[in-house]
Design a protein around this ligand. Structure first.
Ligand code: FAD
Ligand code: NAI
Length: 464
């Protein structure tokens, strides 16, 4: 009889966990995945990436139809109406299609879904509901959840987190968003497009921490122009709810006179924190770092033999594609292969309009490390963007002054999320800006702006 029930037990079926489980099974390992949710796919598929992108897409279409922008292109519409319940049902369909798809992939790859909340008994034994499961290797992929704001009670009706903001039953007149990060801007954009007045309260002096400084400033300009009210360098000191309305008290981050904002919905989006509570990590002697994360080595091994960890629960950006790549790598490492993730080349995308994307170093980080050259190209000079009258944004390529190796690429334009893949691939292959500048790009495409920004690093763009 085998020593353990499984070669691999993955805890959590988000993009990290379900990918790790499928890859492990593909590599011939007997694999199970414990998941406490009713459906597979984790935060990303159920209440994150997928429903938010479905609503971003639908709300953009509505906004185009009602804002009169289509009339400029000769498309006249009248009597446009919002049917929020149909929009929500459509979003739910996208979610169930994809979560069902993971269930199908589990069956196809013979991954057993152990339903329930997993708690360690020892480093090779986990209790899932009333079942005890043993495995030679256990991968913790429990993800993250919303960081609460002390003193602010989330009721998912008036005061919501991202999950509640994906299911509001009516368009709020005034939505106050606490936190000008990715969630605040994406979900703020959704409700703004559907007709809400949106005020974003951000503690720092700019939106989108972690992104390139120039990109952050340009983003603020763009969102202001779209009509979002941005209260930067401002902190929320309290939210009082009464009769379905909220009074949000804010004051300057450095202290000063308080003011109040009346709102009928408040979205708390001040970050996410790793899910480790109730996992029984004390039973296996696994310590968390100061940020509550599980530390691993380069192979995703934790300090406890046989226990591995990936995704939002470990350090690094909390992104689905980072979790997925770590899922593949950890399975390969467990199988005795060499699974690697290059954490220096993880793209990030904000799916607003325009999209905002980056990969590698910001200009500020690159300057700290040595001499650099920077090339910029405005979308205003890109023929495709001009042809479709969508010219906001720019591409910026940052290269090492001596070697010309590309260190970072930042893009603001409608299809930045798609374009950034080219930059990531170039960086993964160790490309120079000259390599990009001399690569033939199809015309007319937004991607030509990457080529031109690379030419600008060389000092010789054509169309500027
Ligand atoms: P998760 O997806 O959080 O999955 C962890 C799973 O583990 C959960 O299903 C949970 O139920 C389960 N679990 C936890 N503890 C236990 C336990 N003890 N026993 C059993 N099961 C357990 N990222 C992007 O890259 N692109 C986007 O567009 C994007 N949009 C987002 C939009 C929103 C609104 C949010 C909230 C997040 C978004 N993200 C996006 C982030 C992305 O969702 C996460 O980075 C990603 O889901 C992390 O994957 P994971 O596998 O580490 O964890
Ligand atoms: P975030 O870290 O992106 O932004 C949080 C913002 O809140 C920051 O700007 C921070 O300065 C601000 N803040 C913190 N405390 C505050 C306070 N008390 N008052 C006012 N502002 C305050 O976190 P967010 O938006 O909650 O998203 C969580 C994570 O989910 C992201 O970091 C990202 O990894 C992931 N995500 C990714 C998406 C994508 O890839 N498109 C989309 C949505 C989420």
């Amino acid at each position: 009889m085998a020593e353990y029930d499984f070669d691999v037990l993955v805890i959590g079926a988000g993009p990290g966990g379900y990918v790790a489980a499928i890859r492990a099974a593909q590599l011939g390992l007997k694999t199970a995945c414990a998941e406490s949710r009713e459906t597979l796919g984790g935060t990303c598929l159920n209440v994150g990436c997928i429903p938010s992108k479905a609503l971003l897409n639908a709300s953009e279409k509505f906004d185009e139809a009602v804002s009169g922008v289509l009339a400029k292109h000769g498309v006249k519409l009248s009597g446009v109406e919002l049917d929020l319940s149909v929009m929500m049902a459509d979003k739910d369909k996208a979610v169930s299609g994809l979560t069902g798809g993971i269930e199908y992939l589990f069956k196809k790859n013979k991954v057993e879904w152990v339903k329930g909340l997993a708690t360690f008994q020892d480093a090779h034994t986990v209790q899932v509901g009333d079942r005890t499961v043993t495995a030679k290797n256990i991968v913790i992929a429990t993800g993250s959840s919303v960081t609460p704001l002390p003193g602010v009670q989330i009721d998912q009706k008036v005061v919501v987190d991202s999950t509640g903001a994906l299911t509001l039953e009516k368009v709020p007149e005034h939505l106050v968003v606490i936190g000008g990060g990715v969630i605040g801007l994406e979900l703020g954009s959704v409700w703004k497009r559907l007709g809400a007045k949106v005020t974003v309260v951000e503690y720092l002096d700019q939106l989108l921490p972690g992104m390139d400084g120039e990109v952050r400033k340009e983003a603020a300009k763009i969102f202001k122009k779209q009509g979002m009210d941005l209260k930067l360098s401002t902190k929320v000191t309290g939210v009082a709810v009464d009769g379905g309305r909220a009074t949000v008290t804010v004051e300057p981050a450095v202290g000063g006179a308080a003011e109040t904002l009346e709102a009928d919905a408040v979205l708390v989006a001040i970050g996410r924190r790793p899910n480790t509570e109730g996992l029984g990590l004390d039973k296996i002697g696994l310590q968390l770092n100061q940020r509550g994360q599980i530390e691993t080595d380069h192979d995703f091994r934790t300090a406890v033999d046989g226990v591995w960890a990936i995704g939002d629960v470990i350090p690094g950006p909390m992104l689905a594609h980072k979790a997925e790549d770590e899922g593949v790598a950890v399975a390969e490492n467990i199988a005795g292969l060499t699974g690697i993730v290059n954490h220096d080349v993880i793209p990030g995308v904000v799916y607003t309009h325009p999209e905002i994307a980056g990969v590698g170093l910001t200009e500020e980080q690159a300057k700290e490390r040595g001499e650099i050259k920077v090339g910029k190209f405005p979308m205003m000079a890109n023929s495709r963007a001009k042809a479709i009258d969508d010219t906001a944004g720019f591409v910026k390529v940052i290269a090492d002054a001596k070697s010309d190796r590309v260190l970072g690429v930042w893009i603001i334009t409608s299809v930045a999320g798609t374009m950034i893949a080219q930059a990531a691939q170039a960086m993964e292959f160790g490309a120079t800006s000259e390599d990009i500048a001399y690569t033939c790009h199809a015309h007319p495409t937004h991607s030509e702006a990457i080529k031109e920004a690379a030419m600008a690093v060389q000092g010789k763009p054509i169309h500027m």
